[in-house]
Ligand binder design. Sequence first.
Ligand SMILES: [Zn+2]
Length: 136
Amino acid sequence: MTEETRPRRFVYDGRAEHFSCYGLYDDDVFVCRCGWSGTTKECATEYFESGLQQGECAKCDIHLWLRVVEVTLGEARAAAERGDSRAIRDLPNIERLEAKRQAHLADERRRREEAAERKRQEKRAAYLGDGWPGEG
Ligand SMILES: [Zn+2]
């Protein structure tokens, strides 16, 4: 991939620009309809629990951009392969988190299976206790 022209310039056209985590650069320039223009870093920002970050015009609060903060391992790897320094910096951390997440999921799966098995046995014991004809 060839190096894209930077800094990029986004002129507000009535809708916020949407970006993936690595799709937005600190030096991207946003031009608001009120006349204000500034870089990503100069925008007022807000984080949402849904994992989104919003950038607003520093002067009139119009939403200029929206970025997905959360990065998947695949996205980080792809960006790192493209030479994105942020992804290269983040990758070890993301890989560690992903390994943790996988371990946690496996743990949860095991607990769920154990709980289901316990329930089956309890049910069976209750049936047998009631004189219910058991299986087999
Ligand atoms: Zn504005």
